[in-house]
Design a protein around this ligand. Structure first.
Ligand code: SF4
Length: 235
């Protein structure tokens, strides 16, 4: 089976535990205002690789993975190519490599359910904790990631919730407390991480000739991030 791939990162350290080979899949049905990778949106523009070809690249890096590392599928939205992702993760599992899925959780179907059978860890982006914000700034209902989270919980798949903090949109106490409650009410959630919104992607938007929707928002101050993390209880 083949998949559309945007790019590879051989020694990633921010997308899951340890040192990881990160595969950025092409294609995403959402249009988040804070998106860092608008160049991954269109499925057909990616390069085509077979799962065996990708595995070969992963195996070349496995000596660096150590005890904790492995492979992470990110994007774009990896659930859009769930059948390919499942095949690749199955090959990784056969080779004894830890598998991690970095997703918005916006798609649910039988292929996705099958992908979860070979997924060791999920990094689930909960972009907001409010239905209106999801509709307005993401382009889907909050019901979709919540449904996905419920499925992870049902299967007992270790999950890390992640949220990008965007000043004036979700840097409020109410939002953090709702996020915390979401984590507490799902036993699959092992931790919750807050990430500061950054604008390093602005040049990508410029070169693609499309306006960056969140150009007016600032990167949150370190003190603010610390205060929100304190509230969440992850320090
Ligand atoms: S889900 Fe990810 S790749 Fe898709 S638009 Fe949102 S931030 Fe971008």
């Amino acid at each position: 089976m083949t998949g559309h791939i945007h790019s590879f990162q051989s020694l990633g350290t921010v997308d899951g535990p340890g040192v990881r080979f990160v595969v950025f899949l092409q294609g995403c049905p959402l249009r988040c205002g804070c998106c860092h990778n608008p160049d991954t949106w269109e499925l057909q523009t990616g390069k085509v690789f077979s799962s065996e070809q990708v595995l070969e690249k992963i195996l070349r890096c496995r000596d660096y993975f150590g005890k904790e590392g492995g492979v992470t599928l990110s994007g774009g939205e990896p659930l859009l190519q769930a059948a390919f992702a499942r095949e690749l993760f199955s090959l990784c599992k056969e080779a004894g490599i830890h598998t991690c899925l970095d997703t918005s959780g916006c798609i649910w179907n039988q292929e996705v359910a099958s992908l979860l059978k070979v997924t060791d860890l999920v990094l689930l982006d909960i972009k907001y904790t409010d239905e209106e914000d999801y509709r307005r700034y993401v382009g889907c209902s909050m019901e979709q990631p919540l449904r996905f989270l419920a499925e992870l919980d049902k299967r007992g798949i270790p999950t890390t919730l992640r949220q990008v903090i965007i000043p004036t949109l979700n840097d409020t106490e109410e939002n953090i407390l709702r996020l915390k409650a979401m984590g507490k009410s799902h036993s699959c959630v092992e931790k919750t991480e807050l990430l500061p919104f950054r604008k390093i992607c602005e040049s990508k938007y410029n070169s693609m000739g499309i306006p960056f929707p969140f150009a007016q928002y600032e990167t949150p101050a370190k003190e603010k991030m610390n205060a929100l993390q304190d509230l969440l209880g992850v320090l």
